[in-house]
Design a protein around this ligand. Structure first.
Ligand SMILES: [Zn+2]
Length: 438
């Protein structure tokens, strides 16, 4: 009797111990795999154009209220005035080719794309070789699925794996981002293509026509629904931002992988869209008053089998092309093979269009694109870029990735000699020196 109750007590003890161990293990896995992502609250505002202070951790809280008080036109003029330099471009076209690996356009390592690919995209290749476009391998952070990648392209922040779950039930995006910044200055925006954009920004677009990415076997209608609006939208002059999100190429990948026989015709179709936009809008700008920048980006790449979501080179190798940079295209040939981070697009576009860099951005400004911009806007924008990285770094003491970016940036700008030192007064001195030189 005694020995039976003893073994029963022992069994109960072991069971409880095993359950506790299982709960601990599960918690460790969940915390490690889905870490809570700390973000800075608020929206970047006019403080972006002033020098940051050392205790300036909650920057932007006051300017949120100021934003609401200023009419968009006034805010736009304020940003232009504070930046000191008028924007180079008046409006922006963002063409997203879902799932296009940069390798298809720029090649891999020192090798050019295959002959078949070059012949399928002759217009882009001509733009690149003539220096009218700059191409980058834009490294996308995993998870390489559309929704988190779009968030990164507009906010400059890197999401977590939890976003994979939300990818199927996209909610409105409320963090500080480029589209919100454009709306504050009164931009009119048009969206055609993947309806994820409309789910992320439900009330933002003046005109929109969303298509679902659910029917992956559809490679024709899904793109036709975007292209059918091109003629009317390209001839309209009432918009400042036109977003075109083509899903067909990603669907071709899902059907038959990179070597699917539908791939080359799809590349050709995308090339023709770019040619159409370039010839009808950008060349026309020479006669008109508006200067347009065309950006061609992909959200992620794809494996040989056409899958994506992971962190392999093939899946993270997305593309970023800047087309027509007002005659200021520098050293185009070697840049074709340069690798940047996908989030670097965000601060670069913010500076190009004179809006504040979104609050949680961890991307760095692409100096190659901006090397024709000098002076106060350039320097103050970079300082604020560094400062956000610094503030975020303090929230992520264990995350070397951000501290490395921060230190790289400070070194690059040569503002301070000692890593980790508060940049405040030395930035001030540097600024005075720069403006004197000017
Ligand atoms: Zn896909």
């Amino acid at each position: 009797m005694d020995s039976a109750s003893l073994s029963c007590a022992r069994l109960t003890g072991w069971t409880i111990g095993a359950v506790v161990l299982q709960i601990l293990g599960l918690s460790l896995f969940v915390l490690g795999f889905f870490p809570v992502k700390p973000t800075l609250h608020g929206v970047s505002g006019s403080e972006s154009y002033y020098k940051p202070k050392c205790d300036d951790v909650n920057v932007g809280q006051d300017s949120v209220a100021n934003h609401r008080n200023l009419p968009p036109e006034e805010l736009r003029s304020l940003y232009k005035e504070l930046s000191g330099i008028p924007p180079v471009f008046d409006r922006l076209i963002v063409m997203v080719i879902d799932g296009l690996p940069a390798e298809f356009v720029l090649g891999r390592d020192d090798l050019s794309p295959t002959k078949e690919m070059m012949e399928s995209m002759p217009y882009i290749q001509a733009l690149l070789s003539s220096g009218n476009a700059i191409g980058f391998h834009a490294k996308a952070a995993p998870p390489t699925v559309t929704m988190p990648r779009l968030k990164a392209i507009v906010s400059g922040a890197i999401g977590g794996y939890l976003d994979v779950a939300f990818n199927f039930n996209t909610q409105a995006f409320h963090d500080d981002n480029l589209l919100a910044q454009f709306s504050y200055i009164g931009w009119k925006m048009i969206m055609l293509g993947d309806e994820t954009w409309i789910k992320l920004f439900p009330d933002l677009f003046t005109r929109q026509d969303g298509v679902t990415s659910f029917f992956v076997k559809d490679t024709v209608d899904v793109d036709f629904n975007v292209s059918r609006h091109l003629k009317s939208e390209l001839s309209a002059d009432d918009w400042d931002l036109l977003i075109l999100h083509y899903l067909g190429l990603d669907h071709v990948g899902h059907i038959g992988g990179r070597r699917c026989n539908l791939m080359m015709p799809k590349l050709k179709e995308m090339d023709e869209v770019i040619e159409k936009i370039h010839t009808s809008v950008i060349l026309d700008d020479n006669n008109g008053s508006k200067q347009t920048l065309l950006m061609v980006v992909s959200d992620h790449g794809m494996t040989d089998n056409g899958n994506h979501g992971g962190s392999s080179y093939e899946e993270t190798d997305s593309v970023a092309l800047f087309i027509r940079l007002g005659g200021h295209v520098p050293k185009s040939a070697p840049l074709k093979f340069q690798t940047i981070s996908q989030v670097d697009i965000v601060p670069t576009l913010a500076l190009l269009f004179s809006v504040p860099i979104p609050k949680n951005n961890v991307g760095v400004v692409l100096l190659e694109i901006l090397d024709f911009l000098t002076g106060v806007l350039y320097v103050s924008g970079l300082i604020r870029n560094v400062w956000y990285l610094f503030v975020i770094r303090k929230s992520y003491p264990l995350c070397n990735q951000y501290s490395n970016v921060y230190i790289f940036f400070l070194k690059q700008l040569n503002f301070i000699k000692n890593e980790g030192q508060c940049p405040n007064y030395k930035i001030e001195n540097r600024n005075i020196n720069r403006s004197k030189k000017k």
